[in-house]
Design a binder for this molecule. Sequence first.
Ligand code: NAD
Length: 481
Amino acid sequence: MSLRLSHLIGGQAVTATRGAWLDVFEPATGQAYAQCPDGDADDVAAAVAAARQAFPAWSALPASDRAAWIERLADALEARLDEFAAAESRDVGKPLALARNLDIPRAVSNLRFFAAAATQFASESHSAPGIVNYTLRQPLGVVGVISPWNLPLYLFTWKFAPALAAGNCVVGKPSEVTPVTAWMLGEVAREIGFPPGVFNIVQGRGAAVGQALVDHPQVKAISFTGSTAVGTRIAESCARSLKKTSLELGGKNPTLVFADAPKAKLLDTVVRSAFLNSGQICLCGSRLLVERGYYGEFRDALVARAKALVVGDPQDPATTTGPVVSKPHFDKVMACIALAKAEGGRVLCGGDAVQPAGRCADGWFIAPTVIEGLGPDCRTNTEEIFGPVVTLQAFDTEDEALALANAVPYGLAASLWTSDLGRAHRLADRIEAGVVWVNTWMNRDLRTPFGGVKQSGLGREGGWEALRFFTEAKNVTIDLG
Ligand code: NAD
């Protein structure tokens, strides 16, 4: 195993203080192919110290200079798009084309978007007779960002770019399951001479590195994307020191299909929303709610499409669906399918592991799975699975559709398909979700606030929301005499 990753601390590539390593696996083959530092609280302390040292100069830079550095990082990443896409495909098991066309370009866009935002971020002033109020929006200092494995570089950049743009220094912790592209970005940052200490990366396990970052008294905010269970624990830890938190958590997103849905893009989009990245996107629609009069036709067409997906080697251009990310996750998803059967669900397609021939024979592949016959209260329909598994339920009325959509503890995103404009607006208003798409899915404008309600999170990212999160507002009031 030749590839050994490192932390990025104070502009240096360093290994874990205690010299420990974690294996990094290729999900398509089930084989370890790299090692990442198994960091701990000492490494976090070193990164925070480096970030604190860098903060006065970085926060004092004109916004246009900070923007130029972030742009330079974007340029360097874009110049190596193919290299990063190949690494991300290998690390996550996602089809190469998906990494090449979606994940890495979006990471570049995140950097460019927040570089531009840095130069446009303005604060307010409010005047009254004889009085002027103005608001200073000041960076917090050192902030921590913690990201998950499903869209590793996309979500890592989405978090640290606004933090840097707003004038903070960052300690980032990528997922230990998929650490490679963050490490590569750290190497790129070193190559372009990104100011040392401004952007640090500590690799390792959540319970060690993540928790140490959350608990560090000099870390002023935590921006976290991951599971609801870990997010809740982080919220509890941060509450003790009143640390700012932004939490982007799990989902169990409904896709509502009415009989009057515009049909041209419907099936293509619903299949993508169900199975893209093997269903491992927080925004995937995993509960398909279909108007009864259209249910049979839709179900049969969906099952035919799901069966036509090509499960296999992510490097093969014909592949649409790669493996799930890890052996523990494979076991979890297979246990969810077994539970669905035990709950009385009928598996219409999939339901099994897939063993491709050749180099992927030991990979963690699961066939796209569609299940029907389960009520809204069962665990299969209320708990996040985060794999290539969706359920179908029928409804008769708009009110029933809404009740089903809202019948889960989560509230991240919803996608609704109808030609009735009034219905679209009524439901968009009443669905409990932070994001509602009408006749589309995962159509994102980076300026819009992003985040969930209920168990899907706290706070909003994107656009000015992110820059506001990473700054503290201070109001100044002047009596003009
Ligand atoms: P996870 O919660 O297991 O891990 C996320 C990150 O937190 C990892 O870097 C992990 O090492 C770290 N971590 C674990 N324990 C920690 C602790 N005690 N303190 C601090 N950090 C800790 O999630 P995952 O399995 O990597 O990702 C999948 C989950 O992420 C799913 O639930 C999915 O819905 C969610 N997700 C949400 C969004 C969103 O925008 N809402 C986006 C992507 C993924």
